[in-house]
Ligand binder design. Structure first.
Ligand code: ZN
Length: 117
């Protein structure tokens, strides 16, 4: 159950919002966000002939947000324990990215349903 609604929160939270909005939230912090999905990945710091040398494990988090009073929703993809690198995409762009990742994965003989199995 969410705490009392702050005086500045003049709209209902979207169904996906899990944020506990507080009276003292600064204007830049007045946005809704979803529960984050965490994806453990193998990442590479750079592309080079010895690409394996820059391989490292990383937890990525993906979440949806929307500023108060706005209709534009965005998708954030960022490391769990660092700020950068991160992507903030419109929902439509995130869908295009998902589709293009699926296309690229299919070229490797894997579709999105096979990844991680
Ligand atoms: Zn909210």
């Amino acid at each position: 159950m969410k705490a009392l609604r702050p005086s500045w929160l003049n709209e209902d939270c979207p169904t996906w919002c899990v944020r506990e909005h507080r009276e003292q939230d600064r204007p830049d912090d007045r946005y809704h966000f979803s529960e984050a999905s965490t994806v453990p990945v193998i990442a590479f710091a750079e592309l080079s002939v010895d690409v394996a040398a820059s391989m490292h494990g990383l937890d990525l988090v993906v979440w949806v947000g929307r500023y108060l009073g706005e209709t534009l929703e965005w998708v954030v993809i960022e490391p769990a324990r660092e700020r950068d690198p991160h992507l903030i995409l419109s929902v439509e762009s995130a869908g295009f990215l998902r589709d293009k990742i699926g296309e690229q994965l299919s070229r490797t003989g894997r579709d999105s349903g096979e990844v991680g199995k």
